[in-house]
Ligand binder design. Sequence first.
Ligand SMILES: [Zn+2]
Length: 177
Amino acid sequence: MNFCSQCAHPLVFQIPHGDDRPRYLCEACGAIHYQNPRIIAGTLPVWQDQVLLCKRAIHPRLGYWTLPAGFMENGETLREAAARETWEEAHAKVEVGEIYTLTSIPHINQVQILYLANLSAPEYSAGPESLEVELFREEQIPWNELAFPTIRNALRFYFADRRQGHFPLRHVDFDRS
Ligand SMILES: [Zn+2]
């Protein structure tokens, strides 16, 4: 961040009076431009014994498989964000269930929340951010071609929990490295 979004003056990066960490400050108008973690919402969409994955058409990790998820927008609920991302990336309608994985990723300032979801029908297709969308049985999951560690975790949890028949909330804190 280089310039003030309120008055266009160049910003400095300093600890404001009474604060404990540096912020982007505007010395012209006094605005403090706080930056806070962003929320990624998505689903783990299930149809019978299969899970829906999307092959990414965008960077980062273009060509790798992921679960539908993306940045929450202002004015929507977390559940709406998860369903919207599933529609946008996979053109799939889902019944959004319980929150399943909650992951803090402090080194990139994100919190990722994935819901368990059921496909309303085995109907889906690639949205603009996906190259392909497919249903996978456990033995078909492309474990070496998954886009992110959070996705690998969610799928590992899911198939292990499915054998147990219950799906406790999986709350993971990633290391800061
Ligand atoms: Zn300013």
